[in-house]
Write a protein that binds this ligand. Structure first.
Ligand SMILES: Nc1ncnc2c1ncn2[C@@H]1O[C@H](COP(=O)(O)OP(=O)(O)O)[C@@H](O)[C@H]1O
Ligand SMILES: [Mg+2]
Length: 246
């Protein structure tokens, strides 16, 4: 299996604030990489650098063998990279279907029947079909998370980047979301998933990466990363959720 994403020496500062410093990692096609790290580590910024919403100061990003470092965000979406946001911002007055259709047309560039079919597929995958007529603003939190995922999936991504999609869910709500993300990975979509709830991550991911102050502290086998002294030190006294999967 080949690498779907290759990040090499990626750096980014906002003034004096370091958000990425020589970040280097790979994600193999069809696998899932989890990302943990304290607040302010640069996790969300890393996703913005990969999607091209923010320019990096230096470094290269290769997607499925193509150097995309200087491609626009729109071109990267068309190439097959999608992202969910830490704070979902659906169009609250539009229906669930319309929200997903917007993802398919403006994000994916799929119009007419093709866009319609992409939206329906994303709704089916995320289990939202029965809510398709409902205004997005009326959804409960778990369904808002599903909608965020569906909007990203409607672009037909080969790489999906998830930013704390499980944040705020109850322990009971977690398993369906975990299953959904595992299902995506198992269907061949490459996944990069930022999450504070470590047991949700380790239930799915093949590798785990820990970031702190824009640097990669550790990457590799999830259990080994969680046991590494650098990672333990960073998390001392923090709200790291190591609970068991239910
Ligand atoms: N657009 C921006 N302009 C200036 N500083 C930013 C911007 N985005 C993020 N930052 C800063 O970069 C650091 C990393 O932020 P972020 O990537 O959101 O971290 P994380 O997702 O790991 O919590 C923080 O100190 C944050 O305040
Ligand atoms: Mg963040």
């Amino acid at each position: 299996m080949s690498e779907m994403l290759e990040v090499r020496g990626l750096s980014k500062k906002f003034g004096n604030v370091v958000t990425a410093e020589n970040v280097t990692f790979d994600v193999r096609e069809g696998t899932a990489l989890g990302i943990v790290g304290p607040n302010g580590a640069g996790k969300s910024t890393l996703l913005s650098l990969i999607t091209g919403v923010l320019p990096s100061d230096s470094g290269t990003i290769t997607f499925d063998g193509q150097n995309i470092t200087s491609l626009s965000a729109a071109s990267r979406t068309k190439a097959g990279i999608a992202r969910s946001f830490q704070i979902p911002r659906p169009f609250v007055d539009m229906s669930v279907f319309e929200n997903v259709y917007v993802g398919a047309t403006f994000g994916g560039g799929f119009h007419g029947q093709v866009g319609y079919e992409a939206a329906v597929r994303a709704l089916e995958t995320t289990g939202l079909m029965h809510l398709s007529e409902k205004p997005a603003g009326q959804l409960r939190l778990l369904d808002r998370k599903r909608l965020e995922l569906a909007r990203a999936l409607a672009t037909n991504p080969r790489l999906i980047l998830l930013d704390e999609i499980a944040g705020g869910l109850t322990e009971k709500e977690l398993p369906p979301l975990i299953e959904l993300i595992r299902g995506l990975r198992d269907s061949g979509v490459t996944v990069v998933w930022i999450e504070h709830i470590v047991h949700a991550l380790t239930a799915v991911v093949d590798e785990l990466m820990c970031l702190a102050i824009g640097r990669v502290l550790a990457i590799g086998d999830p259990q080994e990363v969680m046991r590494s002294p650098e990672v333990i030190e960073v998390y001392l006294g923090s709200t790291f959720d190591l609970g068991e999967a239910s």
